[in-house]
Design a protein around this ligand. Structure first.
Ligand code: PA5
Length: 448
């Protein structure tokens, strides 16, 4: 089967040869640190072998539960934040029909997310919907103590117990959490919820190929074995060598670090397919949380074209020259639609008659790449033959492995996220959490 391809020919002219040979040595070292498990954060490397270690029995159990959920629910509510929801949302949106929610009738539950924000409106609207629909819930939290999903689960647990009664509600709640720690684990044990374990050595943003991502994806009707198989394929390539000619992850990690050192500190991930929007969001979390620390790191941004060519396109073409782009290019769409003829030809577009929309989109992609390169924006192009489970699995593992290499080359621990604690501390203090009295007084004073 073909494989994800990386093309840096439109980035190379912005770099010099010496930078590449120096960088090969640095990436060799980062690859060694990662594969010998001797780098920073090496107790969080469970994701490296995850694709080949997933037990067939676990996949079978997930599929059996997904089948059960499909029979009992029109809506499957996935409660989680950050790495506990972005991976499944990315895969489900990438594979889905944009209008499935309105059209209905797919035979699979509609997946909705909760606890990834604190919006009262959002959760009130969700509860209104759940009043009218049959539903089941997955509550996902590795730590089992994160505020946003904990509040959402309070709301939905009360609703589901009132709607179905405690006994039936228990059959409709699935908990995905740590093997032994955290409030969610305790609750799941005491209530007897069906539960899945997030391995200790897999961090949230690297957890999409655990039940965190696999259960929602299976409920939505997609092939989780193919997703894992795609990751297995990319893992083989990623582990074998650190040579740029053989390992696309090594080449991508190298290109990013070379860009950063030449003053390009914003990377824009670009897709020309709108249903890849959440792949971009997942990637932003992966790279932003892994690399943005110690006042270092590339700022990960994202756009979907051609929509954003009519907004952010202006900045990318002519704004500050601190940007480079990475485009996810998709070979073949799954559908066929051609531009129709118009006898009046008022828009002057009859020269496109009979052309597939994907061919028009491709020329937009290539024209944009050349225009941006001419404007001083280096370009990396990642191509997958089509958007399916297998190539998404390859893409996920590609980005994960490259992120670890890139973070080590940058000199940071790509597996921790100390910076996310600061907002939590302030939020708890402002909310008056017991134990935070001193901080509460200080912060309230600053807000006067
Ligand atoms: O990557 C991470 O570790 C984080 O983004 C977490 O996924 C996020 O904070 C949610 O944490 P938890 O699953 O513990 O609720």
């Amino acid at each position: 089967m073909a494989q994800l391809n990386i093309d840096i020919s439109k980035l190379k002219p912005f770099t010099d040869g010496q930078a590449w040979s120096d960088m090969q040595k640095e990436i060799d070292l980062s690859h060694h640190l990662l594969t010998s498990r001797s780098g920073m954060g090496n107790d969080f490397l469970g994701w490296v072998d995850l694709p080949v270690q997933i037990e067939p029995a676990l996949l079978a159990r997930i599929q059996a539960d997904a089948e059960k959920i499909r029979k009992m629910a029109e809506i499957f509510v996935v409660i989680g934040i950050g790495g506990s929801y972005l991976g499944s949302k990315a895969v489900i949106e990438a594979l889905g029909n944009e209008f499935a929610g309105i059209r209905g009738g797919s035979g699979y539950p509609h997946i909705v997310f909760a606890g990834e924000n604190l919006s009262e409106n959002y959760h009130a609207h969700l509860i209104e919907l759940l009043d009218q629909k049959e539903y089941a819930v997955a509550v996902i939290s590795k730590s089992g103590t994160t505020t946003e999903p904990a509040i959402a689960f309070r709301l939905i647990r009360r609703h589901i117990e009132e709607k179905y009664g405690k006994e039936e509600a228990r059959k409709r709640i699935f908990a995905i959490t740590d093997a032994s720690r955290g409030a969610l684990k305790k609750l799941a044990d005491s209530e007897g919820y069906s539960s899945y374990v997030i391995p200790d050595d897999v961090g949230g943003r690297y957890s999409v190929l655990t039940p965190v991502g696999l259960l929602p994806v299976a409920v939505a009707g997609y092939d989780i074995r193919e997703l894992v198989d795609g990751a297995v394929k990319m893992r083989e390539v990623a582990l074998k060598s650190s040579d740029f000619g053989q390992n696309p992850c090594a080449l991508y990690a190298a290109a990013r670090n070379i860009m950063l050192r030449s003053g390009k500190f914003v990377e824009i991930l670009v897709a020309f397919e709108p249903n890849l929007l959440y792949v971009i969001e997942w990637w932003k979390q992966l790279y932003g949380e892994s690399e943005g620390k110690e006042h270092k790191g590339i700022f990960p941004a994202g756009v979907t074209f051609t929509s954003d060519l009519h907004s952010m396109g202006q900045y990318i073409q002519e704004g500050m020259r601190t940007l480079f782009e990475t485009v996810i290019s998709v070979g073949e769409p799954a559908t066929t639609l051609v531009v129709p003829n118009d006898p009046e030809n008022l828009d002057g577009l009859n020269f496109l008659t009979g052309m597939r929309l994907s061919d028009v989109n491709r020329q937009a992609e290539l024209g944009t790449m050349l225009a941006h390169v001419d404007g001083g924006v280096p370009n990396i192009r990642l191509t997958i033959p089509t958007v399916n489970e297998h190539y998404l699995g390859q893409l996920i593992y590609f980005f994960e492995f490259a992120c670890a290499l890139s973070g080590y080359t940058l000199g940071v621990n790509p597996f921790d996220q100390p910076g996310v604690e600061a907002y939590k501390k302030n939020m708890f203090a402002l909310l008056g959490k017991p134990g935070f009295e001193k901080e509460t007084a200080e912060l309230r004073q600053r807000l006067l």
